[in-house]
Design a protein around this ligand. Structure first.
Ligand SMILES: *Cc1c(COP(=O)(O)O)cnc(C)c1O
Length: 348
């Protein structure tokens, strides 16, 4: 009997390659920046980059923080890597040394990046961020003119290359996104009027890139759809399937109840009673999620060591992580990124 009882996240490189190709075809002529925050949405940065190694058209990656950007850089010495969040001074220095592109969404951060570039003796490649209504990060339209003028001055001094202008959409309603897109276009015009010529403009992530082609810039920052994670309450997308399948093993069977070796400490939400799980005999329901094990309705012939699947393509209970997420009012990304490092990532 197999005594391994840790849960496994099976990862399909072939499916990842297909998803990335489908996304790229759909958004052309806009170019793809693959979003890799949260360890590539729980799939693992190194695995994802390895799986996509033969895709030479994919050479632009996005990370939330500098640390993640540096990990991408280690795997891809020649790729473009964009780290979009505000960072500490030592991270700025490391990012400049590694040739990362930085997202700049406050006047204060702009000054620190300029200082960092002066200290490092090399110009920083930056993407300026306008706040188009999300109010998360980004320079407000009323402050944009002064911010852009400062950036233009630093570019003339050889300390900055303004290579992009960007923002992020709320995706709450089409009308709000339309307003945000109009504010974004005005911001890009102001940057050009200041004598700068950014080659990249980017506003949209998975959902808007897919369904609102008129909002796409020259680049789309896309994570979820590349990993096969559908939007919560969104439809399935032709050609796109989940990359990951979450499986666990039966560790005990008695009196109509099977216990499987996955629980809240592995990152499974503890409120999933009633959720379907795929078993060798078809779908059965979860009874209770414990710390390291979950009880569920058993089946005829259930045996210790049997594999069940919590989500993923194929014969699983829920067809994807988003279906599981919809039960508890969250998004598929969260189901995947919550899975702890004790869940073994297994390429299939
Ligand atoms: C997460 C994120 C993305 C990618 O979003 P998806 O919906 O996963 O495609 C793009 N841009 C920013 C700023 C993000 O935080």
């Amino acid at each position: 009997m197999d005594t391994v009882t840790t849960p496994v996240l099976e990862l399909s490189a072939a499916q990842l390659v297909r998803n990335v190709a489908a996304v790229r075809d759909h958004i052309a002529p806009s170019r793809l920046m693959l979003a890799m925050k949260d360890d590539a949405y729980g799939h693992g940065i190194a695995w994802v980059l390895d799986a996509l190694a033969s895709d030479s058209a994919l050479n632009h990656f996005g990370s939330f923080d500098v640390d993640t950007g540096l990990r991408i850089r280690e795997c891809r010495p020649d790729a473009r890597v964009f780290a979009w969040t505000t960072s500490a001074d030592d991270e700025i220095a490391a990012a400049l040394d590694a040739g990362l592109e930085l997202g700049i969404g406050t006047a204060e951060y702009l000054q620190r990046v300029i200082s960092g570039a002066r200290g490092r003796g090399r110009a920083a490649d930056v993407h300026l961020k306008i706040d188009t209504g999300l109010r998360r990060n980004g320079v407000r339209p009323e402050d944009w003119g002064e911010f852009v003028a400062e950036a233009a001055k630093a570019q003339r001094a050889g300390l900055l290359n303004v290579i992009g202008v960007w923002s992020h959409l709320a995706e709450a309603s089409d009308a709000e996104d339309d307003e945000a897109a109009a504010a974004f276009r005005r911001a890009v015009d102001a940057v050009r009027a200041a004598g700068l010529s950014p080659r990249d403009t980017h506003l949209t992530a998975s959902a808007a890139s897919w369904w609102r082609p008129e909002l796409r810039g020259t680049v789309c920052r896309i994570g979820a759809f590349c990993y096969g994670i559908r939007s919560a309450d969104g439809p399935e997308i032709p050609g796109i399937r989940p990359v990951a399948t979450l499986r666990a093993r039966v560790v005990e069977v008695r009196e109509g109840e099977a216990t499987v070796g996955i629980g809240a400490l592995h990152g499974l939400p503890s409120v999933l009673a009633g959720a379907p799980v795929g078993t060798p005999a078809g779908v059965r329901r979860i009874r209770a999620v414990g710390d390291v094990a979950t009880t569920m309705d058993s089946w005829d012939g259930a045996q210790v060591g049997d594999l069940v699947s919590v989500f993923g393509p194929g014969e699983s209970g829920e067809s994807d992580a988003t279906a599981l997420a919809e039960r508890i009012d969250t998004v598929g990304e969260e189901i995947l990124t919550r899975l702890s490092s004790t869940v073994q990532r297994v390429p299939v």
